[in-house]
Write a protein that binds this ligand. Structure first.
Ligand code: ASP
Length: 323
Protein backbone atom coordinates (compact mmCIF):
# COMPACT_ATOMS: atom_id res chain seq x y z
CA UNK A 1 0.00 0.00 0.00
CA UNK A 2 2.73 2.38 1.08
CA UNK A 3 4.94 1.33 -1.84
CA UNK A 4 2.06 1.91 -4.23
CA UNK A 5 1.50 5.46 -3.00
CA UNK A 6 5.23 6.21 -3.30
CA UNK A 7 5.11 4.94 -6.88
CA UNK A 8 2.02 7.01 -7.59
CA UNK A 9 3.56 10.19 -6.24
CA UNK A 10 6.82 9.55 -8.14
CA UNK A 11 4.78 9.12 -11.32
CA UNK A 12 2.84 12.30 -10.67
CA UNK A 13 6.07 14.20 -9.96
CA UNK A 14 7.53 12.93 -13.21
CA UNK A 15 4.35 13.88 -15.05
CA UNK A 16 4.38 17.35 -13.47
CA UNK A 17 8.02 17.74 -14.54
CA UNK A 18 7.20 16.76 -18.11
CA UNK A 19 4.18 19.04 -18.25
CA UNK A 20 6.34 21.84 -16.75
CA UNK A 21 9.01 21.34 -19.39
CA UNK A 22 6.46 21.12 -22.19
CA UNK A 23 4.83 24.31 -21.00
CA UNK A 24 8.17 26.08 -20.69
CA UNK A 25 8.41 28.96 -21.19
CA UNK A 26 5.06 30.14 -19.90
CA UNK A 27 6.35 33.66 -19.13
CA UNK A 28 9.25 35.95 -20.14
CA UNK A 29 12.80 34.73 -19.59
CA UNK A 30 15.39 37.07 -18.07
CA UNK A 31 18.88 37.01 -19.58
CA UNK A 32 21.39 38.53 -17.15
CA UNK A 33 24.31 40.39 -18.72
CA UNK A 34 26.93 41.18 -16.06
CA UNK A 35 27.94 44.52 -17.64
CA UNK A 36 26.37 47.89 -18.42
CA UNK A 37 23.76 48.38 -21.14
CA UNK A 38 24.98 49.52 -24.54
CA UNK A 39 28.37 47.80 -24.23
CA UNK A 40 29.80 44.93 -26.28
CA UNK A 41 28.53 42.00 -24.19
CA UNK A 42 25.11 43.64 -23.99
CA UNK A 43 25.07 44.13 -27.77
CA UNK A 44 25.76 40.43 -28.38
CA UNK A 45 23.12 39.47 -25.79
CA UNK A 46 20.42 41.69 -27.28
CA UNK A 47 20.99 40.30 -30.78
CA UNK A 48 20.74 36.73 -29.53
CA UNK A 49 17.86 37.43 -27.13
CA UNK A 50 15.65 38.94 -29.80
CA UNK A 51 15.74 35.80 -31.96
CA UNK A 52 15.60 33.44 -28.95
CA UNK A 53 12.36 35.26 -28.03
CA UNK A 54 10.85 34.29 -31.38
CA UNK A 55 11.73 30.61 -31.08
CA UNK A 56 10.73 30.35 -27.41
CA UNK A 57 7.47 32.21 -27.99
CA UNK A 58 8.20 34.41 -24.97
CA UNK A 59 10.24 37.58 -24.63
CA UNK A 60 13.82 37.16 -23.48
CA UNK A 61 14.43 40.32 -21.47
CA UNK A 62 18.04 41.46 -21.08
CA UNK A 63 18.86 42.67 -17.58
CA UNK A 64 22.18 44.41 -16.97
CA UNK A 65 23.78 43.59 -13.62
CA UNK A 66 27.20 45.24 -13.78
CA UNK A 67 30.00 45.52 -11.24
CA UNK A 68 33.07 43.67 -9.95
CA UNK A 69 34.19 42.51 -13.39
CA UNK A 70 30.94 40.62 -14.00
CA UNK A 71 31.04 38.52 -10.82
CA UNK A 72 27.91 40.17 -9.34
CA UNK A 73 25.78 39.31 -12.38
CA UNK A 74 27.09 35.75 -12.54
CA UNK A 75 26.37 35.37 -8.80
CA UNK A 76 22.80 36.49 -9.38
CA UNK A 77 22.24 33.67 -11.88
CA UNK A 78 23.92 31.10 -9.63
CA UNK A 79 21.38 31.83 -6.86
CA UNK A 80 18.33 32.25 -9.15
CA UNK A 81 15.65 29.52 -9.24
CA UNK A 82 16.68 26.80 -11.69
CA UNK A 83 13.40 26.95 -13.62
CA UNK A 84 14.76 28.31 -16.92
CA UNK A 85 13.40 31.81 -16.34
CA UNK A 86 16.79 33.29 -15.46
CA UNK A 87 19.74 32.65 -17.74
CA UNK A 88 23.19 34.18 -18.15
CA UNK A 89 25.14 35.53 -21.10
CA UNK A 90 28.74 36.06 -20.01
CA UNK A 91 32.14 36.04 -21.64
CA UNK A 92 35.74 34.93 -21.05
CA UNK A 93 35.70 36.74 -17.67
CA UNK A 94 33.83 33.79 -16.18
CA UNK A 95 37.04 31.77 -16.61
CA UNK A 96 39.45 34.36 -15.18
CA UNK A 97 37.39 35.33 -12.11
CA UNK A 98 38.03 32.03 -10.24
CA UNK A 99 41.78 32.84 -10.25
CA UNK A 100 41.37 36.57 -9.60
CA UNK A 101 38.69 36.65 -6.88
CA UNK A 102 39.88 35.02 -3.68
CA UNK A 103 36.45 35.24 -2.07
CA UNK A 104 34.25 34.11 -4.95
CA UNK A 105 31.23 32.41 -3.37
CA UNK A 106 30.44 30.04 -6.23
CA UNK A 107 32.12 27.57 -8.53
CA UNK A 108 31.25 28.31 -12.16
CA UNK A 109 32.03 24.74 -13.20
CA UNK A 110 29.59 23.29 -10.64
CA UNK A 111 26.94 25.94 -10.03
CA UNK A 112 25.85 26.59 -13.61
CA UNK A 113 24.33 24.49 -16.37
CA UNK A 114 26.03 25.20 -19.72
CA UNK A 115 23.82 25.91 -22.76
CA UNK A 116 26.33 26.73 -25.51
CA UNK A 117 29.05 28.95 -26.91
CA UNK A 118 27.87 32.04 -28.80
CA UNK A 119 30.67 33.97 -30.49
CA UNK A 120 34.35 34.77 -30.07
CA UNK A 121 34.90 38.50 -30.47
CA UNK A 122 38.29 40.11 -31.19
CA UNK A 123 39.34 43.17 -29.20
CA UNK A 124 40.85 46.43 -30.43
CA UNK A 125 43.42 48.70 -28.80
CA UNK A 126 41.97 52.20 -29.04
CA UNK A 127 42.62 55.65 -27.59
CA UNK A 128 40.91 59.03 -27.35
CA UNK A 129 41.11 60.94 -30.59
CA UNK A 130 43.76 63.42 -29.49
CA UNK A 131 46.04 60.74 -28.03
CA UNK A 132 49.50 61.79 -29.20
CA UNK A 133 50.49 58.63 -31.09
CA UNK A 134 49.75 57.96 -34.74
CA UNK A 135 50.50 54.23 -34.83
CA UNK A 136 51.01 51.32 -32.47
CA UNK A 137 54.79 51.80 -32.23
CA UNK A 138 54.37 55.41 -31.17
CA UNK A 139 51.57 54.43 -28.82
CA UNK A 140 53.77 51.94 -26.97
CA UNK A 141 56.61 54.48 -26.70
CA UNK A 142 54.20 57.14 -25.42
CA UNK A 143 52.66 54.82 -22.82
CA UNK A 144 56.10 53.73 -21.61
CA UNK A 145 57.37 57.31 -21.40
CA UNK A 146 54.21 58.58 -19.68
CA UNK A 147 53.22 55.60 -17.54
CA UNK A 148 52.59 57.79 -14.49
CA UNK A 149 50.05 59.92 -16.26
CA UNK A 150 48.20 57.78 -18.85
CA UNK A 151 44.93 56.13 -17.81
CA UNK A 152 43.52 52.85 -19.11
CA UNK A 153 39.77 52.16 -18.86
CA UNK A 154 38.46 48.70 -18.07
CA UNK A 155 35.27 47.00 -16.90
CA UNK A 156 36.68 45.88 -13.54
CA UNK A 157 38.97 43.09 -12.41
CA UNK A 158 38.23 39.95 -14.39
CA UNK A 159 36.65 41.71 -17.35
CA UNK A 160 37.98 41.17 -20.86
CA UNK A 161 39.32 44.73 -20.97
CA UNK A 162 41.14 44.11 -17.69
CA UNK A 163 42.62 40.89 -19.06
CA UNK A 164 43.75 42.58 -22.29
CA UNK A 165 45.27 45.47 -20.30
CA UNK A 166 47.09 43.04 -18.01
CA UNK A 167 48.53 41.11 -20.96
CA UNK A 168 49.49 44.40 -22.64
CA UNK A 169 51.29 45.64 -19.49
CA UNK A 170 53.23 42.41 -19.35
CA UNK A 171 54.03 42.46 -23.11
CA UNK A 172 55.41 46.02 -23.01
CA UNK A 173 56.82 45.58 -19.46
CA UNK A 174 55.12 48.74 -18.18
CA UNK A 175 52.52 49.40 -15.50
CA UNK A 176 49.94 52.13 -15.98
CA UNK A 177 46.92 53.48 -14.13
CA UNK A 178 43.68 51.55 -14.69
CA UNK A 179 40.20 53.01 -14.20
CA UNK A 180 37.37 50.50 -13.57
CA UNK A 181 33.81 50.97 -14.89
CA UNK A 182 30.65 48.82 -14.71
CA UNK A 183 31.14 47.99 -18.35
CA UNK A 184 32.88 49.44 -21.37
CA UNK A 185 29.79 51.39 -22.50
CA UNK A 186 30.39 54.03 -19.77
CA UNK A 187 34.14 53.64 -20.35
CA UNK A 188 33.62 54.47 -24.03
CA UNK A 189 31.63 57.59 -23.07
CA UNK A 190 34.60 58.80 -21.00
CA UNK A 191 37.07 57.88 -23.73
CA UNK A 192 35.05 59.90 -26.27
CA UNK A 193 34.95 62.76 -23.78
CA UNK A 194 38.71 62.54 -23.21
CA UNK A 195 38.44 61.70 -19.48
CA UNK A 196 40.45 58.47 -19.96
CA UNK A 197 43.21 57.86 -22.47
CA UNK A 198 42.96 54.36 -23.87
CA UNK A 199 41.37 50.93 -23.62
CA UNK A 200 41.21 47.51 -25.23
CA UNK A 201 37.64 46.48 -25.99
CA UNK A 202 35.58 44.10 -28.10
CA UNK A 203 34.89 45.04 -31.73
CA UNK A 204 31.19 44.75 -30.83
CA UNK A 205 31.65 48.09 -29.02
CA UNK A 206 34.41 49.74 -31.00
CA UNK A 207 33.84 49.06 -34.72
CA UNK A 208 31.40 51.91 -35.32
CA UNK A 209 33.52 54.37 -33.29
CA UNK A 210 36.62 53.37 -35.26
CA UNK A 211 34.83 53.60 -38.61
CA UNK A 212 33.39 56.98 -37.64
CA UNK A 213 36.88 58.24 -36.69
CA UNK A 214 35.67 58.97 -33.16
CA UNK A 215 38.64 57.15 -31.61
CA UNK A 216 42.17 56.23 -32.64
CA UNK A 217 42.68 52.52 -33.30
CA UNK A 218 46.05 50.80 -33.08
CA UNK A 219 45.34 47.13 -33.70
CA UNK A 220 43.12 44.08 -33.24
CA UNK A 221 43.88 41.26 -30.82
CA UNK A 222 43.09 38.40 -33.23
CA UNK A 223 45.87 36.73 -35.21
CA UNK A 224 44.15 37.65 -38.48
CA UNK A 225 42.60 40.96 -39.49
CA UNK A 226 38.89 41.58 -38.96
CA UNK A 227 36.80 41.87 -42.16
CA UNK A 228 34.80 44.82 -40.78
CA UNK A 229 38.06 46.75 -40.13
CA UNK A 230 40.31 45.64 -42.99
CA UNK A 231 42.86 48.46 -42.62
CA UNK A 232 43.51 47.85 -38.96
CA UNK A 233 46.63 45.70 -38.39
CA UNK A 234 46.72 42.90 -35.87
CA UNK A 235 48.79 43.68 -32.77
CA UNK A 236 50.90 40.70 -33.81
CA UNK A 237 51.63 42.43 -37.16
CA UNK A 238 52.14 45.76 -35.41
CA UNK A 239 54.95 44.35 -33.31
CA UNK A 240 53.50 42.47 -30.31
CA UNK A 241 54.44 38.98 -31.49
CA UNK A 242 51.87 36.34 -30.55
CA UNK A 243 49.55 38.78 -28.75
CA UNK A 244 46.10 37.25 -29.04
CA UNK A 245 42.89 37.59 -27.00
CA UNK A 246 39.50 36.31 -28.17
CA UNK A 247 36.49 37.19 -26.06
CA UNK A 248 34.39 34.05 -26.19
CA UNK A 249 30.80 34.29 -24.95
CA UNK A 250 28.51 31.59 -23.58
CA UNK A 251 24.99 31.09 -22.26
CA UNK A 252 24.31 29.28 -18.97
CA UNK A 253 21.33 28.45 -16.74
CA UNK A 254 21.45 27.84 -12.97
CA UNK A 255 22.64 24.37 -11.90
CA UNK A 256 19.90 21.76 -11.86
CA UNK A 257 17.79 23.33 -14.61
CA UNK A 258 15.79 20.40 -16.05
CA UNK A 259 17.23 18.83 -19.20
CA UNK A 260 14.09 19.43 -21.32
CA UNK A 261 14.32 23.14 -20.41
CA UNK A 262 18.04 23.28 -21.24
CA UNK A 263 17.28 21.49 -24.53
CA UNK A 264 14.77 24.22 -25.42
CA UNK A 265 17.34 26.90 -24.59
CA UNK A 266 19.96 25.13 -26.74
CA UNK A 267 17.52 24.95 -29.68
CA UNK A 268 16.62 28.63 -29.27
CA UNK A 269 20.29 29.66 -29.05
CA UNK A 270 21.14 27.63 -32.15
CA UNK A 271 18.20 29.16 -34.04
CA UNK A 272 19.45 32.65 -33.10
CA UNK A 273 22.99 31.89 -34.25
CA UNK A 274 21.86 30.69 -37.66
CA UNK A 275 19.55 33.66 -38.17
CA UNK A 276 20.65 35.77 -41.16
CA UNK A 277 19.95 39.04 -39.33
CA UNK A 278 22.12 38.03 -36.37
CA UNK A 279 24.90 36.83 -38.69
CA UNK A 280 24.83 40.12 -40.64
CA UNK A 281 24.84 42.24 -37.48
CA UNK A 282 27.69 40.18 -36.00
CA UNK A 283 29.68 40.63 -39.25
CA UNK A 284 29.14 44.42 -39.12
CA UNK A 285 30.50 44.35 -35.59
CA UNK A 286 33.58 42.34 -36.52
CA UNK A 287 32.51 38.90 -35.31
CA UNK A 288 30.65 35.69 -36.28
CA UNK A 289 28.65 32.96 -34.53
CA UNK A 290 30.61 30.02 -33.14
CA UNK A 291 30.47 26.91 -35.37
CA UNK A 292 27.30 24.82 -34.68
CA UNK A 293 29.29 22.04 -32.98
CA UNK A 294 30.35 24.56 -30.32
CA UNK A 295 26.82 25.86 -29.70
CA UNK A 296 26.23 22.97 -27.27
CA UNK A 297 26.37 22.33 -23.49
CA UNK A 298 29.24 19.83 -23.83
CA UNK A 299 31.37 22.20 -25.92
CA UNK A 300 30.85 25.03 -23.43
CA UNK A 301 31.55 22.78 -20.42
CA UNK A 302 34.83 21.59 -21.96
CA UNK A 303 35.83 25.07 -23.11
CA UNK A 304 35.18 26.65 -19.70
CA UNK A 305 37.28 24.04 -17.90
CA UNK A 306 40.13 24.48 -20.42
CA UNK A 307 40.02 28.28 -20.12
CA UNK A 308 40.09 28.19 -16.30
CA UNK A 309 43.12 25.90 -16.51
CA UNK A 310 44.76 28.16 -19.12
CA UNK A 311 44.35 31.51 -17.32
CA UNK A 312 45.01 30.28 -13.76
CA UNK A 313 48.82 30.09 -13.99
CA UNK A 314 49.06 33.30 -16.09
CA UNK A 315 47.08 35.26 -13.49
CA UNK A 316 49.01 33.68 -10.61
CA UNK A 317 52.27 34.72 -12.26
CA UNK A 318 50.95 38.27 -12.75
CA UNK A 319 50.18 38.37 -9.01
CA UNK A 320 46.82 40.10 -9.55
CA UNK A 321 43.84 39.36 -7.31
CA UNK A 322 40.71 40.90 -5.81
CA UNK A 323 38.86 40.22 -2.55
N1 ASP B 1 33.85 44.82 -22.72
C1 ASP B 1 33.66 44.63 -21.32
C2 ASP B 1 34.80 43.84 -20.78
O1 ASP B 1 35.83 44.41 -20.76
C3 ASP B 1 32.36 44.17 -20.87
C4 ASP B 1 31.18 44.97 -21.35
O2 ASP B 1 30.95 46.11 -20.98
O3 ASP B 1 30.45 44.37 -22.10
O4 ASP B 1 34.70 42.73 -20.31
Amino acid sequence: MKLKSVAVSLASLLFAGLVGAQAYPAKPVTMIVPFAAGGPTDTVARQVASVMSKSLGQTVIVENVGGAGGTIGVGKVVTAPNDGYTILLMHIGISTAPSLYRTLKYDVTKDLEPVGLVTEVPMTMIAKNDFPAKDFKEMVSYVKANKAKVSYANAGIGSASHLCGMLFMSAIETDFLTVPYKGTAPAMTDLLGGQVDFMCDQTTNTTSQIKGNKVKAYGVTSMSRVAALPDLPTLNEAGLKGFSVGVWHGVWAPKGTAKPVVDKLVAALQAALKDDGVKAKFADLGTAPEPVARQTPDALRTHLAAEIAKWGPIIKKAGVYAD
